[in-house]
Design a protein around this ligand. Structure first.
Ligand SMILES: Nc1ncnc2c1ncn2[C@@H]1O[C@H](COP(=O)(O)OP(=O)(O)OP(=O)(O)O)[C@@H](O)[C@H]1O
Length: 257
């Protein structure tokens, strides 16, 4: 099996609205399993995922190099990246509340390919049962399953998943973690996740952002064993597995203050 990274980010710099949010971020994502992207609130984790996807807001400036295998991603339109196998499960799930579950899934179908409904319904039988229900009336956990299921209708080379357990009840957090564990058996995942119990369960590799740069990379479980390190990098006490923010990290301003 290849050990070449599925994603290589080099010297990524992102400026938005006068803020120099990412200042030379470099990391790789392994071709199998889950790589977790960690850091205090507001450090730039979502900004990193969105830069990979070409979704930096208009007026924002992105520099550096992002490659998926041999392919250069920067400056390619998002729909092309998705077509080429970059799957995205956004932080706020972004299901269409007024449409049914089946309609939400149908919208994700890609022309010219056969959508993998069997695979998706095997992972999420509830999506099959609730096909005619409006997505807006699903629970948060069910909406998350829909957001993940939608992406899995198509073949992906890499999934970017942003805080999938945020705001969910503990039992549902476990269900989402189980699903992601199964998903990651067949496709590599770059995961932003604040729940350290979920990180401990899923992640093999960790990348930690601080002050616009990569502050630490390595084995995720090793990181979690280093209480002093996790406290200084993440501002957490991890006794209950949750990431409690000590103080929000301000993005560095353009003027460096
Ligand atoms: N469109 C935007 N306009 C202005 N500032 C932005 C914009 N997008 C992000 N930022 C700022 O960039 C910084 C990084 O935000 P980002 O959402 O990437 O952080 P994060 O690490 O994902 O945080 P969280 O854990 O809270 O989700 C924050 O200070 C945020 O306010």
């Amino acid at each position: 099996m290849t050990t070449e990274p599925v994603l290589s980010v080099e010297d990524l710099s992102v400026r938005i609205a006068g803020l120099h949010i990412l200042q030379g971020v470099s990391f790789t994502v392994a071709p199998t399993g889950v790589t977790v992207l960690l850091g205090r609130n507001g450090v730039g984790k979502t900004t990193t995922l969105r830069a990979v996807l070409g979704l930096t807001p208009t007026g924002g400036e992105v520099r550096g190099s992002i490659r998926m295998g041999a392919q250069t991603l920067l400056a390619r339109p998002t729909h092309r990246l998705v077509r080429d196998g970059l799957g995205y499960v956004p932080e706020d799930r972004c299901v269409f509340a007024g449409l049914t579950v089946a309609e939400n899934l149908r919208l994700a179908e890609r022309r010219g390919t056969t959508p993998a409904y069997d695979k998706v319904f095997a992972l999420f039988p509830e999506l099959d049962r609730r096909g005619r229900q409006r997505a807006g009336s699903l629970s948060g956990g069910q909406q998350q399953m829909l957001a993940i299921g939608r992406v899995l209708l198509n073949d992906n080379r890499l999934l970017l998943v942003d805080e999938p357990t945020k705001g969910l009840a503990p039992k549902v957090v476990t269900e989402v973690a189980e699903v992601l564990e199964r998903v990651a058996e067949s496709v590599p995942v770059l995961l932003v996740e604040q729940n350290l119990a979920v990180v401990r369960r899923l992640a093999r590799d960790a990348v930690v952002l601080a002050a616009g740069r990569v502050a630490w990379t390595g084995d995720a479980r090793e990181l979690l064993l280093e209480t002093a390190l996790t406290r200084s990098l993440l501002g957490v006490g991890s006794a209950d597995g949750h990431h409690h923010e000590a103080a929000p990290a301000a993005a560095a301003r353009e003027d460096g203050h």
